[in-house]
Design a protein around this ligand. Structure first.
Ligand code: NDP
Ligand code: 2IT
Length: 444
């Protein structure tokens, strides 16, 4: 099969799954050459096997809202690949959730987790549930119903879910409470747990920090640092919040923050009490980012994304395909020379082409946002050992592993002495590890 015949096969087998096909195509484009060059991989038909999940579970999630009405959602868990460790990956609660989105996320997770150097396979799950506007009581009832089915499929040596969009500390608490009740077992079958009940310090911060650490490592290849750089961030959730905190610590100035209703432009920088305000607004009051503009007297752009604001560095931390080809061109035109993706697949393939043609420093999500799952892996290790590590230790491990990820991208993605293709590097490094394991494990 040629590469294009293979992609035709993927498209035919996965109708109505554009996000999944997008994610597969990116990996296939990067790894096809090394796949062809490895007869052992071809003999084991790794390519056709790796694009089919080990198992996909789809289930009904009925629950009762505060008005006493019966509501029903669809729940999913895509257990994609466990060649190098237990299935591992987050849960997303968002109305847009469908099989295509969860398969793209689960597929990317395989290679991301391989890059972390920790023993974790790839998975993703979630539901088309909208937590926004729901009471804590409703969220709890939903989470309990969701776990009433999911508990039979997960376990600390089997499949270990965590958070993603719409699933943070509150949701993990309700999910874990129901899990331990049904299993009568206190095992680390979820990560992102509270520190009082088996969680790891630095896990909430880890994805945002990791995205900035990756950017720091990329900057250092050009003798640069964050000091004095203007940074555009999208999103205002978990990843965005801690990316902003770390940029501030490193001396950069973050001038944008957003949510699904639009973005705020604050040329003075989102730091100090303004950052504290964002934390309180988003995590306690669960309000909209527009309120920031009223509080601090700056402009809110309704329904817009932040990419037309001039910046040196862009950190997309909201969702998939949030940077299109025009956004990418605008970023480049305005002088942006580094993009580190906190979100999963935030740039469309055409936008990625623009970044690569301009030869800027561009790190794809599966490398740049791997700090979250890395620290989940460290949480699992602490749970296995019955230990709780201090902040300094966890942060040092995270920092070290992000540098390992950067090194792997450079090792496999160097094009010439001036340019590294981080997409190719991340995909090949992740793929090689998983493909070799699959060969060793036989036809299973
Ligand atoms: P949160 O739910 O905490 O925050 C999500 C943010 O993105 C919110 O500001 C939200 O706005 C915005 N957003 C979500 N969907 C859309 C949309 N369709 N259009 C515009 N804005 C949107 O999620 P996280 O911060 O955890 O996740 C952000 C990204 O990072 C996701 O791509 C996720 O997959 C990725 N990621 C997360 C990790 C983690 O550990 N949490 C690890 C690795 C990657 P609004 O509130 O209006 O919906
Ligand atoms: O996309 C991701 O890597 C996550 N949402 C975190 C997964 C995890 O298991 O910590």
């Amino acid at each position: 099969m040629t590469k294009s015949e293979f992609m035709d096969h993927v498209i035919a087998k996965n109708p109505n799954q554009p996000e999944f096909i997008q994610a597969v195509k990116e990996v296939v484009d990067s790894v096809w050459e090394v796949y062809e060059a490895n007869p052992v991989f071809k003999a084991a038909n790794i390519m056709e096997r790796i694009i089919i999940p080990d198992r996909t579970i789809i289930f009904r999630v009925p629950w009762v809202n505060d008005a006493g009405e019966v509501v029903v959602n669809t729940g999913y868990r895509v257990e994609f690949n466990n060649a190098i460790g237990p299935f591992k990956g987050g849960l997303r609660f968002h109305p847009s959730v469908n099989l295509s989105i969860l398969k793209f996320l689960g597929f990317e997770q395989i290679f991301k987790n391989a890059l972390t150097t920790l023993p974790m396979g790839g998975a993703k799950g979630g539901a088309d549930f909208e937590p926004k506007g729901k009471t804590d009581n409703e969220v709890m009832h939903f989470c309990q119903s969701f776990m009433s089915e999911l508990f039979r499929h997960i376990g600390f040596r089997t499949d270990v879910p965590a958070g993603d969009i719409g699933v943070g500390g509150r949701e993990i608490g309700y999910l874990y409470g129901q899990f331990k009740r049904l299993k009568n077992e206190y095992s680390g079958a979820l990560t992102g747990k509270g520190v009082q009940w088996g969680g790891s310090l630095i896990r909430p911060e880890a994805t945002g920090y990791g995205t900035v650490y990756m950017a720091e490592d990329m900057l250092s290849t050009r003798g640069e640092s964050f000091e004095g750089k203007v940074v555009a961030v999208s999103g205002s959730g978990n990843v965005a919040q801690y990316a902003i905190q770390k940029v501030n610590e490193f001396g950069g100035r973050v001038v944008t923050i957003s949510d699904s209703t639009g973005f705020v432009y604050d040329p003075d920088g989102i730091s100090g009490e303004k950052w504290d305000y964002v934390m309180q607004l988003k995590n306690e009051r669960r309000g909209r980012i527009k309120e920031y503009s009223k509080e601090f007297g700056c402009k809110h752009f309704e329904g817009k994304r932040p990419w037309n604001i001039p910046c040196d560095i862009a950190l997309p931390c909201a969702t998939q395909n949030e940077i299109d080809v025009d956004d990418a061109k605008t970023l480049i035109k305005n002088g942006c020379f580094l993009v580190s993706e906190g979100a999963n697949m935030p740039s469309t393939p055409e936008a990625v082409d623009v970044f690569q043609e301009a030869r800027i420093l561009y790190a794809p999500g599966k490398a740049a946002n791997a700090g979250g799952v890395t620290t989940s892996g460290l949480e699992m290790t602490q749970n296995y050992m019955g230990q709780s590590w201090d902040k300094v230790r966890v942060n040092e491990e995270l920092r070290r592993i992000m540098t390992r990820i950067h090194e792997q991208c450079v090792e496999y993605g160097r094009i010439d002495d001036k340019y590294v293709d981080y997409v190719k590097g991340a995909n090949i490094a992740g793929f090689m590890k998983v493909a070799k394991a699959m060969v060793d494990l036989g036809v299973v």
